[in-house]
Design a protein. Structure first.
Length: 349
């Protein structure tokens, strides 16, 4: 599936208020902003720069919604008496945001108790009234698999931090077993020295493997990005048992779940020996990816910002500064407790 250029987005209706996207690393992006109105340049030309949670949830969202004609602005700090969207990674007690309305996009970490509203990367952790699931954008600058490769399966890839790859899939034995099937296993981590990853480039890859060895507490917060990107890239996915993947699964054609090296080898063998299955998974992925185009995600953001989030913002505006301060103090205490609890859960396995 060829993801559309964000500049082709159909304009969306006006928002009821200006929305400020808070990017504490704003200086990193001076070259993609121009003029007083912060008109963004396209990010697709430098996809390796969109790496952190803040990049994907704040900067990328700002750029896309700005392209769709919405009243959004990028700032370094939350604006008092205004509607702010911030990465939970950047939301700290020391910011003292009592007089700021905050929508926090939760990363794979503790709940952002300081926020008025929370966006989550999958539905399984959106269990409270003030929490809403918002899918990630498809990988910036995504280059789909070369269609001239047909239904061959020669290259299997893991795109992500190597520290997260299940060690059973990082052995030479696993690679050798794949080679016996005529398949090379390639890992693509983010290289900090060169600031590159290749996570956007699927042209020479025929399938994706993503089985991660992460504490269940953290794993439960992860997005389904590896699956959605595989759909959009036109490659079958072999994935671990993760909540985000399972909640999107509608049929066995969505992805093949594997929990061991043996199951992964069997899955690769099936795809190699049954080209029809490979083609069906690619076709199915193309259909599923249609729900995650830039246009669709922009529409979801628009509906959220102009609907339930605005309703809560209007209620917040009617609160006195003293009441806001009191509620913030309670949230600050809860934030410390939540962080302690999250870390404690991660320390037990």
């Amino acid at each position: 599936m060829q993801t559309e250029d964000i500049r082709t987005l159909a304009p969306l209706g006006p928002l009821p208020q200006r929305v400020y996207f808070v990017c504490k690393a704003l200086s990193r992006w001076a070259d993609v902003l121009r003029g007083d109105d912060q008109t963004p340049l396209a990010l697709d030309g430098e996809p390796d720069r969109v790496v952190t949670h803040e990049d994907m949830t704040i900067l990328q969202t700002y750029v896309n919604l700005k392209r769709a004609g919405l009243k959004v602005r990028l700032v370094e700090h939350p604006k008092p008496e205004a509607f702010n969207v911030v990465s939970s990674v950047d939301l700290q007690i020391s910011d003292h945001t009592a007089q700021c309305f905050i929508v926090a996009f939760r990363g794979d970490w503790a709940r952002p108790e300081l926020a008025d509203l929370t966006l989550t990367m999958n539905s399984s952790v959106a269990t409270r009234r003030n929490e809403t699931h918002m899918p990630h954008w498809i990988q910036t600058g995504l280059l789909p698999r070369d269609p001239t490769r047909g239904d061959r399966l020669d290259n299997l890839v893991f795109k992500g931090d190597l520290v997260n790859l299940d060690p059973r899939f990082a052995t030479e034995e696993f690679r050798d077993r794949l080679r016996e099937l005529g398949v090379e296993f390639v890992t693509q981590p983010y290289v900090h020295e060169t600031r590159s990853s290749g996570w956007h480039d699927y042209r020479e890859f025929d399938a994706v493997l993503a089985v991660r060895d992460i504490h269940p507490t953290e794993l439960s917060t992860k997005p389904a990005s590896k699956l959605v990107n595989a759909w959009a890239a036109g490659v079958p996915a072999l994935l671990g048992r993760e909540p985000a993947f399972r909640e999107l699964r509608r049929s066995q054609l969505d992805y093949i779940e594997v929990t061991s090296a043996d199951e992964a080898i069997d899955a690769v063998r099936r795809l190699k020996e049954d080209p029809g299955l490979y083609a069906k998974m690619v076709t199915n992925g193309d259909l599923r990816a249609a729900d995650y185009t830039n246009q669709r995600i922009a529409e979801r953001w628009h509906a959220y910002l102009s609907g339930p989030a605005n309703d809560e913002y209007q209620k917040w505006l009617r609160l006195s500064p003293k009441r806001r301060e009191a509620e913030w103090v309670i949230r600050a205490v809860r934030s410390k407790i939540e962080l302690w609890s999250f870390k404690r859960q991660q320390s037990t396995r």
